[in-house]
Design a protein around this ligand. Structure first.
Ligand code: PDD
Length: 277
């Protein structure tokens, strides 16, 4: 016997959309990617597909071919015929009656949404404020999993404080990354950022920002720092697929230098742009 209720209506279980049984919904049992295009070209497709393959392997989702997903992304993008879009997709373990363990015969579910990318030039021109939030996430933040409740709560807290993004601080007080971005600190001619580990997402933007930094002759130090070290910082910036490089001019209520985007950040924005053409 099974009875389902959707909102206030009793529904015969046989008539339910399988989406109601998606393990992504019950357990966050799935992984996702977000990509964007610039002027008709998808940026970093190979990198995103490689990270997807790593995420799928890490949570043992099999039965879906990443090469095929690559083809689907390209096909949907070609169909959209819009030069600047955001591409979101996820792969969940599949649909089944709720039970923590899974059956290896489950067929993964795939969902993709392509939407217009709204650019806000003010963000790059003026910079943004960030708040801080405790990093209450699990110990495998390198997997781009659908479990995003800590990230959601952190972002909401930032928004409530009038900030653009929340920066996570781990239990030892070190900066890890943003709720949906990589975070960089510039001291003199040195760019600092958190080293890759299971504690942060291997951000694709991070990779290209570091490449851009090397191109403009900045030294790169992959080391975590604490907020009190920011007293001496010259520039802050964050990186995320949908917005690439965004200057940060206020950290946890403290204005950085003159409160305007720094010169190296501007150079990084320009250098990053070159990767996208
Ligand atoms: N988030 N760190 C976290 C926790 C993220 O969620 C993201 C991106 C990044 C930046 O990664 P990338 O450069 O590969 O976009 C870092 C996406 C955009 C999102 O969840 O919407």
């Amino acid at each position: 016997m099974q009875i389902a209720m959707v909102q206030d209506k009793i529904v015969p279980v046989e008539q339910l959309d399988p989406a109601y049984f998606d393990r992504g919904l019950y357990f966050g049992d799935g992984v996702y990617e977000v990509l964007r295009s610039y002027n008709g070209k998808i940026f970093g497709l190979d990198e995103h597909i490689e990270r997807l393959a790593n995420s799928l392997a890490a949570i043992e989702i099999t039965g879906i071919d990443v090469k095929e997903i690559r083809g689907r992304v390209q096909e949907a993008f070609d169909t959209a015929k819009v030069p600047n879009v955001k591409i979101y997709f996820h792969v969940t373990r599949g649909s089944a009656l709720r039970s923590h363990g899974w059956d290896n015969s489950l067929k993964p579910n795939f969902f993709m949404l392509i939407s217009d990318l709204e650019e806000d030039p003010e963000l790059k021109a003026k910079g943004v404020a960030v708040s801080v939030y405790p990093d209450i996430r699990w110990k495998r933040c390198d997997i781009k999993s659908l479990n995003l409740l800590p990230n959601v709560l952190a972002q909401q807290d930032a928004t409530r404080k009038g900030c653009f993004e929340a920066i996570f601080l781990n239990d030892a007080g070190f900066i890890t990354e943003g709720s949906s971005s990589a975070f960089f600190q510039i001291f003199g001619r040195t760019v600092h950022t958190t080293p890759l580990s299971k504690s942060i997402l291997p951000s694709i933007t991070r990779k290209f920002v570091l490449k851009a930094a090397a191109n403009v002759g900045l030294e790169i130090v992959e080391k975590s720092i604490m907020p009190n070290q920011l007293k001496a910082v010259d520039e802050l910036l964050l990186g995320t697929t949908t917005k690439d490089v965004i200057p940060v001019v206020e950290f946890d209520g403290q204005t950085i230098r003159d409160g305007r985007p720094g010169k190296y950040t501007k150079q990084l924005i320009e250098e990053f742009r070159l990767f996208t053409v």
